[in-house]
Ligand binder design. Structure first.
Ligand code: GDP
Ligand code: FE
Ligand code: FE
Ligand code: FE
Length: 196
């Protein structure tokens, strides 16, 4: 376990305390689960486990932030105005990183980028971003249908795991008659070839 996180200048204890004030206990547990899964994937796929740890612990820090705050951040940082057509599901990563920079002084571009795209993926994803994206899906607390298969794929190949998760996500969103964020479809198109 890491005792200190220089990227946010906090001890692990201080960091966990701040996260716990921002999210409900079940989400806090999910973030610990994602950290654990991300560290394991990082070690397996040659990614820095310390960065994986911090990315996992922080990734959903903004999931309980209210809509008005996100809308104000979109204006403040001059972000793509199309973001205003979406909701918390998309904002907590893509807009959330700006609040994380403010609240934690987090500047590490690789960690910020991984958190930014943890929900939707992207055409180009760093190894750390892939690790976080997959860890979020397979952490030990997840129980949805398909998670067992997703864990098995994650043991075989990181790109296949990204592809599998994105395929299942797009399928799920379509079945629920939900709109699909364009970046989600771009990730699908880029990665789906790994499953053929
Ligand atoms: P969580 O924050 O740990 O619950 O997981 P994620 O950040 O990966 O996803 C948050 C929510 O966003 C989930 O309910 C996903 O189904 C949903 N989501 C992911 N991609 C899209 C998308 O393209 N469109 C829509 N409408 N929802 C999405
Ligand atoms: Fe999330
Ligand atoms: Fe996810
Ligand atoms: Fe999550």
């Amino acid at each position: 376990m890491f005792e200190f996180y220089p990227e946010v200048n906090l001890s692990r204890e201080e960091l966990l305390k701040q996260i716990a004030t921002a999210v409900k206990p079940s989400r806090f547990q999910h973030m610990l689960g994602v950290e654990k899964a991300a560290i394991a994937l990082a070690k397996k796929y040659g990614v820095d486990p310390h960065k994986a740890s911090l990315a996992g612990l922080l990734h959903d820090y903004c999931k309980e932030v209210d809509d008005e705050t996100f809308l104000a951040l979109i204006d403040k940082y001059d972000l793509d105005t199309d973001l205003k057509n979406w909701d918390n599901n998309i904002w907590h990563g893509k807009v959330g990183i700006y609040k994380m920079m403010e609240d934690f002084g987090l500047k590490d571009p690789e960690i910020l980028r991984a958190i930014e795209i943890h929900t939707v993926g992207d055409r180009v994803m760093s190894p750390l971003a892939k690790v976080l994206y997959v860890a979020d899906y397979i952490e030990e607390g997840r129980v949805f249908p398909g998670v067992i298969e997703a864990r098995a794929v994650a043991k075989q190949d990181l790109n296949q795991a990204v592809a599998f998760e994105t395929m299942r996500l797009v399928n799920y969103l379509a079945e629920q008659r939900l709109t699909i964020y364009p970046q989600t479809l771009e990730a699908y198109n880029t990665f789906i070839g790994y499953l053929r």
